[in-house]
Write a new protein. Structure first.
Ligand code: AMP
Ligand code: MG
Length: 431
């Protein structure tokens, strides 16, 4: 009790409420502000197996040609095209060259070397006749059809020339980039560092997932959803122990959290008497950039900075916390990793049923998004409460209800933020 009493503060007087209201900023301004505050982190070298999805921090320049020497695109026979002036043409087979070996025997007029896909083209040959167009008999080969000069020969450097940039700085490294890097003998890549994200759950009512909540207690689910969202955004989450609604506890938690690049607190940022996170942030030297965004859910969002470290005071309501993460934290984490695409994909969808929304706030309505013959259709989910986290799972998307409207008419078109690619388009092979 005495610990709680230590945290009590002045009630929400009209004057205090007015001061709070003046600070409410619009969603666009909030997003621009957080993105502008994020700096691209420095780089580190990682082995190829660790590099998937990371952003290249430097150009990768090849010292080699790939392939190193001209080689065959087919199983067949290396020949001199001049020998095929009239077909059928009979040539003497002077050597066999399986892939991985190189024969010294040159292809002289009237001769051929039998080879396989990937075999180096022997000296003297300029064309490969594919095996299907030949007949091999008694040490000779009969070429039935002449291909074009140079056919089936892959020139040296066809894939990569010496000096070529094979992975440009800023590339989001995908499987093909990894394969190309390997093909030039480059076993490590310089990539931007992943941000370390400390997650600090606050709330005297919270218990851990393996505890049975007593009266008035809830499981600390935000630690799981936020850590997962941070990992999905490419960051390295570190979940800190729950801290109670007590100024000293929150300050101690923050001291640890501020070792990370980004701090996410959960809970305690509203206007209640036990919402102590804002003061604790100030006490920890975190400069407040904004508090309160004209949005629902997530209005009490706090954003601050201490040097290069960025702090998001997320509301405790599970939907609010995760929606604020998707809207503001995710782009910041992506910018820090060097990504150029920061935001979730947006589609424009037709609203299937009318929906009411809060006046003067941009509202993110949970919808089910479906592709129809006429384009995407969004159906509002029945439960829109900021505590109804189950309505945000299962492929839900966020329809953006404009600030000025109070009713969204059925048939109206609105932007919808796609949270998972599964909702973006119907799964159908394109052939
Ligand atoms: P607060 O923002 O602290 O006022 O909390 C708002 C609501 O979110 C309350 O019902 C809390 O119990 C709930 N809440 C706060 N933190 C968490 C958490 N880490 N996990 C799940 N629910 C939470
Ligand atoms: Mg709380």
């Amino acid at each position: 009790m005495s610990r709680l009493a230590g945290g009590l503060r002045a009630a929400l007087t009209p004057a205090r409420a007015a001061a709070i209201a003046r600070r409410v900023i619009a969603v666009g301004e909030a997003l621009a502000t957080v993105c502008a505050a994020a700096r691209v982190l420095g780089d580190e070298r990682v082995v190829l197996a660790e590099a998937l999805g990371r952003v290249a921090a430097a150009d990768v320049v090849s010292a080699r040609a790939v392939p190193a020497a001209p080689n065959s695109a087919m199983d067949g026979f290396a020949v001199r095209h001049a020998d095929l002036a009239s077909v059928p043409a009979r040539l003497r087979v002077v050597a066999i060259e399986p892939a991985g070996s190189v024969v010294d025997t040159p292809v002289e007029p009237g001769t051929a070397v039998k080879l396989f896909t990937g075999s180096v083209i022997p000296r003297g040959a300029d064309t490969v006749v594919k095996v299907e167009d030949t007949e091999e008999r008694d040490g000779t080969v009969v070429v039935r059809a002449a291909p074009a000069p140079g056919a089936n020969v892959r020139p040296a450097g066809e894939d990569v020339r010496p000096g070529q940039v094979v992975v440009g700085s800023g590339t989001v490294i995908g499987p093909a980039d990894l394969g190309v890097a390997a093909s030039i003998g480059c076993g490590t890549l310089a990539v931007h560092r992943r941000p370390r994200v400390a997650i600090l759950p606050t709330g005297a009512e919270l218990v851990e997932v393996d505890q049975t909540p007593g009266p008035g207690q809830v499981v600390n689910s935000n630690a799981y959803s936020l850590a997962a969202a941070a990992r999905e955004a490419g960051a390295e989450p570190l979940v800190l122990p729950i801290v109670r609604d007590h100024a000293a506890d929150i300050r101690a938690g923050l001291a640890r959290a501020l070792e990370a690049d980004v701090v996410l607190t959960s809970g305690g940022v509203s206007v209640g008497e036990l919402d102590l996170v804002k003061d604790a942030l100030a006490a920890a030297g975190v400069e407040r950039v904004f508090w309160q965004v004209a949005q629902k859910p997530g209005r009490p969002l706090v954003f601050g900075r201490r040097g290069e470290r960025l702090v998001f005071g997320l509301p405790g309501n599970p939907v609010s916390a995760l929606v604020c993460f998707y809207l503001y934290v995710r782009p910041v984490l992506r910018r820090m990793q060097g990504h150029r695409r920061l935001h979730l994909p947006v589609v424009h969808a037709v609203l299937a049923a009318p929906a009411r929304k809060a006046k003067g706030l941009t509202e993110f309505l949970r919808v089910r998004l479906e592709e129809t013959g006429d384009g995407p259709v969004a159906t509002p989910l029945a439960a829109q409460g900021s505590g109804v986290l189950s309505a945000l799972g299962g492929g839900a998307a966020l329809l953006v209800g404009p600030l000025e409207l109070t009713e969204l008419p059925a048939g109206g078109r609105f932007p919808v933020i796609v949270l998972g690619e599964a909702t973006l388009a119907r799964e159908a092979p394109p052939f």
